[in-house]
Design a protein around this ligand. Structure first.
Ligand code: BG6
Length: 494
């Protein structure tokens, strides 16, 4: 076992699940601020109000259909009598020094975090940025620098300033390209010398399942989702253009939610289904990293009568300024079949059938270490660009013992096998893997369910599903284990 010397070991977080400070120092409201908590069985909801009639209500955020999933005249809004887990989350805003010190103690080389767009441009379309917001991230990056930790910054992780949704309809409107470009260029310029790696949109392909989370879009039509994705592709290419022309040392990556698709049987019909499932995901990287729309996607648009609001220059931008590297999340695989099988399982957005060879956690996510090696091979050899695993991990209901210890041997087992799989991808397959950031390195709110009990971290945070707890940090057994893994460059996984 050996990882390259420059391999970027670390952990990953997102502002909307970790940062809190939702109304501090001039921050505006963003889409994730309107999401309630939920559970494995109860969906998170988007809350809304009708400014004319005063009526309020909420709608489940996942797997909705229709052109507008909140009532006509209503806008997403924060209501007084609801609980919103992201508002305080696990309060990185006030704990960043302590948290970054913990990351440094583990030996992190990199820390993936996201910037909250509404902290910089509170309404999304403001003339000037909010200096207090910019200052906060200056402080965070300075703290990282102190320990030699390289930040990896996602510019938009499941959040859009709510003003852009209300005034413009979110990312289905081309105006968002300009607003995002202004935001991105403002922060890139500001943090020159402090931040070298950026990702534009977290899991850009989530636009297909949750356009509100991915793009502040309150419509579920195929047309709206296609336009939302197109606008994000163009915005991303503009950011790449900006860095190539001004700061070539800065690298801008794509971020894709990826899980290899397996067939349940060897029936050829199942293989075709798996191919179609794969296409539903990978076309996003064909465009953003590969530089062009694949024919199979254009044919689908033709069949469905989808017409993009586009310009010839869009396609030149996509071709000339594709992403510098491809990062992805991978938690497990999904298994599909055309045959009747009992019980669908959950998983990272794409439903599948149970795979008898794999175990699942309490949320139905199948753990499958082989998927990392498979994903690395598929994605690296499709584009021949460096890749980076920026999310992987396991959600578990950890137990804080009376002596403040947490014995998470299940997490260590999971990570050990996943790191072995990465090692194979590098050393057996020759994949150019830049780094690994374990998801939710310090406990944070679950994106899918809004729960705190679904924990991923090396560090336990005292906070529960009702927002109670001291927010104190405690090291889990996996903290010490990961520290050893990093110190030995992945050689000692025991
Ligand atoms: C990824 C997201 O899809 O999965 C993260 O980028 C998310 O934001 C992670 O937290 C794990 O999902 P969940 O629902 O367990 O939080």
């Amino acid at each position: 076992m050996s990882f390259p010397k420059e391999f970027l070991w670390g952990g990953a977080t997102a502002a909307n699940q970790y940062e809190g400070g939702w109304q501090e120092d001039g921050k505006g409201i963003n889409t994730s601020d309107t999401l309630t908590n939920g559970s494995h069985t109860v969906a998170r909801r988007v809350t809304w109000k009708n400014p004319t009639t005063g009526e309020t209500g909420s709608t489940p955020m996942m797997f909705m259909s229709g052109d507008k999933f909140i009532p006509e005249g209503a806008i997403p809004a924060v209501l007084d009598d609801e609980y919103y887990p992201s508002h305080i989350a696990t309060d990185f805003y006030h704990h960043y020094k302590e948290d970054i010190a913990l990351m440094a103690e583990m030996g992190f080389k990199t820390f993936r975090m996201s910037m909250n767009w509404a902290r910089i441009f509170p309404n999304g379309d403001d003339e000037t940025p909010n200096e207090a917001g910019l200052k906060f991230y200056d402080d965070v990056f300075d703290e990282c620098k102190k320990y030699g930790i390289e930040p990896l910054v996602t510019l938009s992780h499941y959040e859009t300033p709510i003003g852009l949704t209300i005034k413009y309809g979110g990312w289905k409107n081309r105006k968002c390209i300009d607003f995002f470009e202004k935001y991105a260029t403002t922060v890139i310029k500001r943090y020159v010398g402090k931040v070298k790696y950026y990702l534009t949109f977290n899991e850009i392909n989530v636009m297909s399942w949750m356009p509100y989370m991915a793009g502040g879009i309150i419509a579920f039509s195929d047309q709206a989702k296609a336009q939302g994705a197109h606008n994000q592709f163009v915005a991303s290419a503009k950011v790449v253009k900006f860095t190539h022309e001004n700061y070539p040392e800065i690298k801008v990556g794509q971020m894709l939610a990826y899980q290899p698709t397996y067939t349940y049987t060897c029936d050829p019909a199942d293989q075709i289904l798996a191919l179609e499932r794969e296409q539903q995901t990978i076309w996003y990287s064909d465009v953003q990293t590969g530089g062009h729309y694949p024919e199979y996607k254009l044919k689908e648009y033709e069949r469905k009568g989808i017409k993009l609001d586009d310009t010839p220059e869009d396609y030149e931008l996509l071709r000339d300024y594709s992403a510098d590297f491809l990062s992805f999340s991978c938690y497990g695989s999904s298994t599909v079949t055309t045959h009747e099988v009992k019980d669908n399982v959950g998983g990272n957005f794409v439903m599948g059938v149970p795979n008898p060879y794999l175990k699942t956690n309490a949320w139905g996510w199948a753990t499958d270490p082989a998927c990392l090696r498979l994903a690395c091979n598929t994605l690296y050899y499709r584009y021949n660009k460096p890749i980076w695993i920026v999310e992987n991990g396991i959600g578990w209901q950890d137990k804080l013992e009376a002596d403040n210890t947490i014995h998470d041997d299940y997490r260590i087992d999971y990570l050990r096998q996943n790191i072995q799989s990465m090692d194979d991808a590098i050393n057996k397959d020759g994949v150019d893997l830049m780094g690994y950031t374990m998801w939710g390195c310090i406990d944070l709110v679950s994106a899918g369910t809004g729960e705190m009990r679904k924990r991923y971290g090396f560090v336990y945070v005292d906070r529960d599903d009702e927002g109670k707890g001291s927010l104190a940090r405690y090291k889990k057994d996996s903290f010490y284990w990961y520290k050893k893994v990093i110190a030995t460059q992945g050689k000692d996984l025991d």
